[in-house]
Design a protein around this ligand. Structure first.
Ligand SMILES: Cc1cc2nc3c(=O)[nH]c(=O)nc-3n(C[C@H](O)[C@H](O)[C@H](O)COP(=O)(O)OP(=O)(O)OC[C@H]3O[C@@H](n4cnc5c(N)ncnc54)[C@H](O)[C@@H]3O)c2cc1C
Length: 327
């Protein structure tokens, strides 16, 4: 079976940049962007307008559209032989042999081999459950009246009444930062039936800034998503006024493939690496949101991916220097 130089798994921000860098380094890249199911559960799929990065304002889907432009360009350009694009294909299992080679099986039951892997399967934000379902928040999330990421979308709340959905100190910090930055006239932390667990520092600030804490479960969202209006969260007999909501419930980490390889994880399930993205498994690199201790942002995902692809290229060139017949 052919052994490819590098397999890139995941086609969001990190995966796209990893593919670009590997191919433009003139290394061979086997690329699995994910099955339709993988894509739908990725952050890349849900990102619409990107406002916190230059040059992205015209894209309606700020990750998928520019990525697609780059993939199409690679597939048609001078490096096309080095770009093996397994469209709509996800990886279901991965192992590493005693010879150091990775064996990868996709969702169509095809098997491939690669010397290096850059894993970019990302994370997903936990959604609030309302009356037993996560569906009710989607109409508001889709029009960005409910957001997840402070750095990406925090600026949307300028002078707005807000609800922050969450129950721990991390959620309290989201509320505090939004209030301090954007002067929100009314801030409520909605724990959606959970018992609040704020530490001393956040408890003091919640009191000082007069935030309300609503502990009843949400029973209804009031608003008119078609006209881009959010009005309130109804929590039993109480109504929380909110023109904007922030969801601060944590993340689901897509670390299944890393676990199959026994890579080291941190307490939250992110894969720990060195500053080039090298995991505890030789040859396995991690880029993007899946990597521990990174900002969960597009530009961070890009930077991680470039570091990993370049580090792999150093190793490939070093090997070629020894085996001069390959140069
Ligand atoms: C609503 C929202 C808005 C955001 N807005 C911004 C913003 O404005 N600016 C900003 O900088 N950041 C923003 N972010 C954060 C940004 O989306 C992430 O930081 C970025 O997408 C991380 O890139 P990634 O490649 O690690 O993961 P993702 O982009 O989520 O990509 C994961 C990829 O892995 C693939 N995959 C998963 N499992 C498999 C598998 N088994 N096999 C193959 N492929 C698989 C998926 O198909 C997907 O292609 C936003 C996030 C959200 C949720």
């Amino acid at each position: 079976m052919k052994i490819h130089d590098v397999a890139v798994i995941g086609g969001g921000s990190a995966g796209a940049m990893a593919v670009l860098r590997v191919v433009l380094n003139n290394d061979e890249c086997l690329f699995f962007p994910g099955s339709p199911k993988d894509k739908k559960r990725s952050r890349a799929f849900w990102v619409s307008k990107v406002e916190n990065m230059p040059g992205h304002l015209d894209y309606k889907k700020g990750i998928e559209e520019p990525n697609r432009e780059s993939f199409d360009w690679l597939a048609a350009g001078p490096f096309k032989e080095k770009f093996i694009w397994k469209k709509n294909t996800g990886v279901v299992s991965i192992s590493k042999g005693d010879n150091g080679i990775f064996t990868i099986t996709d969702n169509k039951n095809e098997t491939y081999q690669a010397r290096f892997v850059i894993l970019c399967t990302g994370v997903m934000d936990v959604q609030p459950t309302i009356q037993g379902s996560i569906e009710p928040i989607y109409p508001y999330a889709n029009i960005q009246l409910a957001d997840y990421c402070l750095r990406c979308d925090g600026h949307h709340v300028l002078n707005k009444k807000i609800a922050v959905l969450g129950h721990n100190s991390a959620a309290a910090w989201v509320a505090i930062m939004l209030y301090e930055r954007y002067q929100c006239p009314e801030v409520t932390i909605v724990t959606n039936g959970e018992v609040p667990s704020f530490d001393e520092e956040t408890s003091a600030l919640i009191k000082r800034y007069n935030f309300k804490v609503e502990t009843n479960a949400i029973t209804e969202i009031k608003g008119d998503p078609k006209n881009k209006i959010l009005e309130a969260f109804v929590c039993g007999t109480n109504t929380v006024n909110a023109e904007f909501a922030f969801i601060a419930l944590g993340m689901i980490v897509y670390n299944e493939l890393a676990k199959m390889l026994n890579a080291n994880l941190d307490q939250r399930g992110f894969v720990t690496t060195d500053n080039k993205g090298k995991s505890s498994v030789e040859g396995l690199y991690i880029a993007g949101d899946l990597r521990a201790n990174t900002k969960k942002q597009i530009y961070t995902a890009w930077d991680c991916a470039v570091d990993s692809a370049d580090d792999i290229n150093i190793l490939i060139r070093r090997k070629k220097r020894i085996d001069t017949s390959l140069l």
